[in-house]
Design a protein around this ligand. Structure first.
Ligand SMILES: O=c1ccn([C@@H]2O[C@H](COP(=O)(O)O)[C@@H](O)[C@H]2O)c(=O)[nH]1
Length: 238
């Protein structure tokens, strides 16, 4: 198992269509309080330089590109991700054992110490969406099966919904696993396209180690205020 840097309890998902919006937004946040998640939309528009700038500003960065390809390609992509100095990288567990082993090799050999985690079942999916892609076993079992595969290949944790966080703690038994949960909604917030959701305090209580929150923060009139509220609500659930 690799020695990884500590993860923040909150990653703010920077799902902006225009990279120019990132700087003024990020200026409202404190790198000592939260990390930033760069996903497919912003990375495709802003590129690696944007990621490097966020790292230089002192933010823990989760590069959420969910690699899913043949093992060699994922190994090389993981090397490139590690070179950016990010705190957290991920692959899709559905890429299989050999692909996760290749990712593990790449990240372990990198000079930084990002955590490497595997996406189990996307938080936007429910049981019927899973059935439509041919998976008929109960969703929670599918999450656990993929998590066990990731654990056997030495990954540091998973992306799952907070509904599955407790089960993940039994699979990843290291002192500080990375149980990273999107699908977080403060009570009363719109669900948008998420299916498997919990509030921030429920998620931490259930065993999540890092929450990923996007639209409830980025679309709020006072994003820094929502960040403070979330941090205050999870401080009492620790
Ligand atoms: O299963 C997953 C994996 C990744 N995500 C990402 O998290 C954020 C969630 O954003 P919200 O606006 O809070 O819904 C987004 O960037 C997704 O790509 C996920 O939601 N579920």
């Amino acid at each position: 198992m690799s020695e990884t840097a500590p993860q923040p309890q909150l990653y703010v998902a920077l799902d902006f269509a225009d990279p120019k919006l990132v700087e003024p937004f990020v200026d409202q946040l404190n790198p000592g309080e939260c990390g930033l998640k760069v996903g497919k939309e912003l990375f495709t528009r802003g590129g690696p330089d944007l990621v490097r700038r966020l790292v230089q500003q002192g933010f823990p960065v989760f590069l959420d590109l969910k690699f899913h390809d043949i093992p060699h390609t994922v190994e090389q992509a993981c090397k490139a991700a590690c070179d950016l100095g990010v705190r957290l990288v991920n692959v899709h567990a559905m890429g299989g054992r050999a692909m996760m082993a290749a990712a593990r090799r790449a990240v372990s050999e990198s000079s930084g110490s990002p955590a490497l985690i595997a996406v189990t079942v996307l938080t936007s999916m429910n049981q019927s969406a899973l059935a439509e892609v041919g998976v008929t076993r109960p969703l929670a079992e599918q999450v656990s099966m993929l998590a066990r595969l990731a654990q056997e290949e030495g990954l540091d944790g998973v992306v799952c919904s907070a509904l599955e966080a407790h089960a993940m703690r039994r699979i990843f038994t290291q002192p500080v696993p990375a149980i990273v949960t999107p699908g977080i909604r403060p009570s009363g917030a719109a669900l948008d396209d998420q299916s498997r959701v919990m509030t921030p305090s429920e998620a931490i209580f259930a065993g999540a180690t890092s929450l990923v929150v996007g639209r409830p923060i980025t679309r709020a009139p006072n994003p820094a205020g929502v960040v403070s509220d979330i941090l205050a609500s999870i401080a009492s659930s620790d």
